[in-house]
Design a protein around this ligand. Structure first.
Ligand SMILES: [Cu+2]
Length: 132
């Protein structure tokens, strides 16, 4: 192959292509897998989608893991959001039947972090509990 009069071997081009593929794939391979946790809001209360009977549940997380919080607002006429101030994570306010999400990198040390719905933080609050 010839580019601007220079000769490039097929071997070199193959090696460059392989290198570019690695650079593209490396971030996906090196980042931790993301676990999805879905929170549903109804009656001014958070519920885990997997446990619809426990209000404002404790969200269990492992130190260093990456979670995606998916928020689903099932309360007609009310706007809700989600925020974990100490982890600088937030989902903007959403209305009925809307969903949104945020990815949170859980700290590498055990601890407890409060999550809230900011407009209704007195009623809608729970904890993310981080364990090893
Ligand atoms: Cu709310």
């Amino acid at each position: 192959m010839s580019v601007r009069g220079r000769q490039f071997s097929a071997k070199l081009i193959g090696a460059l292509a392989a290198l570019m593929l690695m650079v593209t794939l490396l971030p996906a391979l090196s980042s931790p897998p993301t676990r999805e946790v879905t929170l549903v809001v109804r009656g001014m209360t958070f519920y885990l989608e997997s446990d619809p009977h426990t209000p404002n549940p404790v969200i269990e997380a492992r130190a260093g893991e990456r979670i995606r919080i998916v928020l689903r607002n099932q309360e007609r006429g009310m706007t809700h959001d989600f925020a974990v101030k100490d982890l600088e994570a937030a989902i903007k306010p959403i209305t009925w039947n809307e969903s949104s999400d945020v990815v949170i990198d859980i700290p590498s040390r055990p601890g407890t972090y409060q999550y809230v719905c900011r407009p209704h933080s007195l009623m809608m609050r729970g904890e993310i509990r981080v364990t090893n």
